[in-house]
Structures are given as C-alpha cells and as structure tokens.
Design a protein around this ligand. Structure first.
Ligand code: GUN
Length: 283
C-alpha cells in the first residue's frame, strides 16, 4: 500500500506557521484583512466562503464578507470591487466563482487590483506565473506543490503529467512543475492514449472533474499521485478523479479525497493574503 498524503496535516502546519507570523505582525500593530465577496446563493460556494472565513479567524486575519443577492448587477459588483481596491484595511480581495450568468467574471477579475488578487486570476498575475516572477501562486496548484514537497520527492528531471488544462488548475500547475524542472506533459479531452501517457508519469496530477476515471492502468508503479478532483460517486459520496482503492497499492504516495488537495487550497489562500499584507504594510 502506498503512503497516503495527509492534506489536513500539511494544511494545518502551513496555517500554524502563518498564524505565528500574523501574531508577530499584530504585536507591531500590523493587521491584515481579506475581503470575500459572494454573489447569489450557490450552496457549494457558501460552504467554501464559510471555510475561508473560518481560516481567516484561525490565522488572525480580519475578514470582511460581502454576501450580495443574485440580482446584483455587474456595475454594482464592480463598484464594490473598486471600493475594496481603495480600502487600506483590505489586503486581499476574493470574488467567489461562479458568479451569476449576467455578470462577466472576466471583467470582474480584470478590475481587482493585481496586488490584492489573492486568487492569482488577474492576467497580470497569470503572466507573472508564466515568467516565474510571482508574488501570488494560484491556490490549488500551489497546494499541490506543497503536497509533493511533503513527500520529499524531487521534481527536477521527473516525468510529470497533468490531466486537465483549466486556467485555474491545469495550466498554472504545468508551469509550477516546469519551474521546478519537471518534464511536463499536459493532457486533455483530445489526448490520444491517455492511459499510456499517464502511466509514464513519476508525478501525476489529475484535475479532470470525472469521478474515479483514473484507474490503476493509468498509474506507473511507484508514482506520486495527486488528485485535485472533487466529485460525487454513484452513491452520492465525495470522491476524486482517481479511483483511490484501485490505485493505492500501485502508487508510492497518493492523496485521498476528501482530505488531500482540498484543505491545501485554503491554506495557500491564507499564504497569499499574508504575502499581500506584508507587501502593503511592511515595506
Ligand atoms: N470557486 C471555486 N474555487 C475557487 C477559487 O479558488 N477561487 C474563487 N474565487 N472562486 C472559486
């Protein structure tokens, strides 16, 4: 049986080190704030926002929550973003996605000040990730990198396969692995011989969004397998993109769902908020 990577434990240690740093800053009179904006009442988004708020409380950030009704216009949302851009108490701004269909999320993201864009979704931050000159890393790929680091696995020279090419996970994930000198392949729905390509991977990151699609035929013996998926199986139970039971004996390290990548995303959001706060208030 491969070793299970404990995302909760890694996340806890990241949050504890942030908490200690926040306490030191507070002793010097420096307070850091994160504004979280949610539009409408998508139940999953509400849970995510609540968890972000709880994480802020845990590490010692001030959190400012704006829960707007689903009928909010794009203009009204942009006015709020502008207000937060100009509020010195707010170091980070996060607009929870998805926003209702009548609001263009791209326009909203473009209007968040890049130095407060703790999601790292603004084109300026995306560009910085491309050239390896970044202050913020997108939270989920950054969390994946922490989990790989926790196993002690060297990335340089390794075959890394990322399944999925989304702007939020797949593409930035490939960049981060490349910056660590991995040999990176990005697979997607048009990839031929997917199982064969994946089975060459020393490090496999699955971000497809299809329940238990990755079975042991996709896994190289001794691989590090990181599952970004968050799906429901045929019984309505939370599961990843990787068929954990089928793959766990072939992998050397494997993340569970839940309890793998999920908890890391919020820890990395806290990390980005700390980075933003220090940039604004400690220079
Ligand atoms: N919706 C799902 N994941 C995310 C995320 O990481 N950031 C934001 N802003 N919205 C999300």
């Amino acid at each position: 049986m491969g070793q299970i990577i404990d995302g909760k434990a890694v996340s806890q240690s990241v949050k504890d080190s942030i908490k200690a740093e926040v306490a030191e800053l507070k002793a010097k009179g420096i307070e850091i704030g994160l504004a979280v904006v949610i539009v409408g009442d998508d139940p999953a988004s509400k849970v995510y926002v609540r968890n972000k708020k709880l994480a802020c409380e845990y590490v010692g950030f001030n959190s400012y929550e704006y829960a707007l009704p689903a009928e909010t216009t794009e203009q009204e949302l942009l006015e709020l973003v502008d207000k937060l851009n100009n509020d010195d108490k707010v170091d980070g701004i996060l607009v929870q996605l998805p926003v209702p269909k009548h609001i263009n999320d791209k326009v909203v993201i473009d209007n968040i000040r890049p130095d407060k864009d703790v999601d790292a979704f603004h084109p300026v931050n995306v560009g910085k990730i491309m050239i390896g000159d970044y202050s913020f890393l997108p939270c989920t790929p950054a969390g994946v990198m922490e989990l790989i680091a926790s196993t002690g696995t060297e990335i340089a020279g390794k075959e890394c396969v990322v399944i999925g090419r989304s702007n939020i996970v797949g593409k930035p994930q490939a960049m981060l692995l490349l910056h660590k000198n991995g040999t990176v392949t990005v697979c997607h729905s048009k990839t031929k011989n997917l199982a064969e390509v994946c089975s060459r991977a020393d490090i496999l990151v699955a971000a497809v969004g299809r329940a238990k699609m990755i079975t042991k035929e996709y896994i190289k013996e001794g691989a590090v397998v990181i599952d970004v998926g968050m799906n429901r199986d045929e019984n309505g139970k939370l599961c990843g993109d990787v068929d954990f039971e089928d793959c766990k004996d072939k992998a050397l390290f494997i993340t569970p769902v839940p309890g793998g990548v999920g908890p890391m995303t919020i820890a990395m959001l806290m990390q980005n908020t700390l980075t933003a706060g220090k940039e604004h208030k400690c220079k």
